[in-house]
Design a protein around this ligand. Structure first.
Ligand code: CFN
Ligand code: HCA
Length: 531
């Protein structure tokens, strides 16, 4: 690690220094050995981390956006209340749909007596109450920490409720303490959906049918992506799980291709559908103009139909005609500026492409809960399809944990990509970033302050926990989780909205009016313990 970076971790006590330095990489593409990073390990107790819990990953992220199910948080009230509507995963009723419970928050509100004597009775009462009031077709139960500690059997309660009320009731044991981050919750949610929902429907699907996986309709993102896909002629069978429904997810196995937007949160489902039903999946990125174009072209190539390929180009051209004047208007205000991005498990990579479209370079990027493959990428081993006439090459993407997925690329594209480093815009953040930029896993409050001083980025994109810390030091912060109050930022129109919001934020006069105290006043430093 270079000197200036070392100064940040040097201040830590020895054991913390040893831990944290493994989570920070200064990108060096000339390094003799491939660069590695430690990730998906437990945060040091006491460090002010930005991470969330297993319940957040299961209920908040993957299960929560499903609109035609009532999700009951089984636990004390705080977990349900604080995960209520903060993520901005939008939903509305489409034609023929009747159930959308997303504006509600349901919880068993466990009290001391329930913790001592057991909460199952209260959970049964809660289910009975929601059935009587709302008559839902589907209920999902998500447990929080104390439920696991006292051992309530939520699976037994779910089985009882299915018998009693003749509806679908799913139980997710996603107690917050499980695993080391939200990531454990994604996995639990993926397993539950595959086991109980996908494969239970039988709606007939067309030739160009796709599922959009790992897209949660934050600020309306999936509506914008679906708009473009539908224009081209694709049928979107299900979205997991933005504006999603059990009614649609149960047909997911009948789509002909799975598109994976957020690999980190949904790779398990993509893999399991491939294993069980043989559906291929393709990594896409609908964040950024160029990324959108490439993703749409990859899709058309996968289906390998000249009509679809031509229609794709037609739609791309029309969309560009509409958005490029807006982007060209705002781009001069952004060009040459630098960005730092710290977001959950995929956006700190995906948004680099959108910043690139605006002429901005990312000087630091990191994830809260990504795994090593999200940072390091992996070998791409090509093998030629047996069909001699095929214009395509299939590539097998191997991950450190031996899982794999398949990408279909044209021969020409494969040859070009092989020569360029940014092969994996879908995985391998270290490879994508420029020399001397910083890649950091599980950043903490102290390190944010230090990197702001060291790198002086023009914008530091993160979440609600970091935003005001960053503003107080005079730097613009745009939330890349909730998009603050705006969006969508995905797709073509989303890119134009992003260009506008970033340009306006960067040029707001307020940043020159803020002087953090450490720039004007001597800081008192001391110790409470006498040495
Ligand atoms: S919408 Fe997604 S894109 S699902 Fe994931 S890894 Fe979170 S909730 Mo916040 S914004 Fe974030 Fe990603 Fe996938 Fe969102 S970067 S942290 S768990 N995330
Ligand atoms: C979560 C959800 C979150 C939090 C966002 C934030 C989201 O991790 O539990 O910290 O601003 O996107 O809503 O990631």
């Amino acid at each position: 690690m270079k000197d200036h970076l070392s100064r940040i971790v040097d201040k830590y006590p020895a054991n913390i220094f040893k831990n944290r330095k493994e989570h920070i990489v200064l990108v060096d593409h000339d390094s003799e050995n491939p660069q590695t990073i430690t990730a998906n390990t437990r945060t040091i107790p006491g460090i002010i981390t930005s991470r969330g819990c297993c319940y957040a990953g299961c209920k908040g992220v993957v299960i929560g956006p499903i609109k035609d199910a009532i999700t009951i948080t089984h636990g004390p009230i705080g977990c349900g209340y604080y995960s209520w509507a903060t993520r901005r995963n939008k939903a509305r009723l489409e034609e023929g749909e009747t159930d959308n419970y997303l504006n509600y928050c349901f919880s068993t509100d466990l009290q001391e007596g329930d913790i001592v004597f057991g909460g199952e009775k209260k959970l049964k009462r809660a289910i009975k109450e929601v059935v009587e009031i709302f008559h839902p077709q589907n209920i999902m139960i998500c447990s929080t920490c104390p439920v696991g500690l006292i051992g309530d059997d939520i699976n037994a309660v779910a089985a009882w409720a299915e018998q009693e009320f003749h509806i679908k009731v799913l139980a997710f044991s996603c107690e917050g303490y499980k695993g080391v981050t939200q990531s454990a919750g994604h996995h639990i949610a993926n397993n539950g959906l595959i086991k109980n929902v996908v494969g239970t429907g039988n709606t007939v699907t067309g030739k160009y049918s796709v599922n959009l996986l790992g897209e949660y309709n934050i600020g309306g993102d999936s509506w914008e992506i679906e708009r473009v896909l539908t224009r081209i002629g694709y049928e979107v069978v299900s979205v997991m799980t933005g504006n999603g429904s059990i009614a649609k997810i149960k047909n997911a196995h009948l789509a002909n291709l799975n598109l994976v937007q957020c690999y980190r949160s949904i790779n398990y489902i993509a893999e399991m559908i491939q294993t069980k039903y043989g559906t291929d999946w393709l990594k896409v990125n609908f964040i950024g103009v160029q990324s959108c174009i490439e993703s749409l072209r990859d899709m058309a190539r996968y289906f390998d139909d000249p009509v679809l390929i031509a229609r794709t180009e037609e739609v791309i051209a029309e969309e560009l005609d509409e958005i490029m004047p807006v982007i060209n208007h705002y781009q001069p205000l952004c060009v040459g500026k630098t960005a730092a991005l710290f977001v959950g498990g995929s956006r700190a990579l995906h948004y680099q492409y959108l910043f690139q479209d605006l002429g901005m370079e990312t000087v630091l990027a990191g994830f809260e809960f990504a795994h090593r493959d999200d940072y390091e990428g992996s070998e791409v081993i090509p093998f030629i399809k047996e069909d001699a006439d095929s214009k395509n090459i299939e590539t097998l993407h191997l991950e450190p944990d031996e899982k794999h997925y398949r990408l279909v690329l044209s021969r020409e594209k494969y040859e070009t990509l092989k020569k360029q480093i940014p092969l994996n815009y879908f995985g391998g953040m270290i490879k994508v970033m420029k020399n001397n930029s910083v890649v950091i896993d599980d950043i903490n409050h102290y390190e944010i302050d230090e990197f702001l001083k060291l790198l002086k980025p023009d914008i530091f994109c993160a979440g609600i926990k970091e935003k005001y810390q960053i503003h107080k030091s005079g730097v613009f912060s745009k939330q890349l989780h909730s998009y603050d109050y705006t969006g969508p930022y995905a797709g073509f129109k989303g890119a134009a909205a992003f260009a506008r919001d970033i340009a306006l934020g960067l040029t707001a006069p307020v940043w020159n009016m803020i002087r953090p105290p450490w720039k004007t006043e001597p800081m008192l430093e001391g110790s409470l313990i006498k040495e």
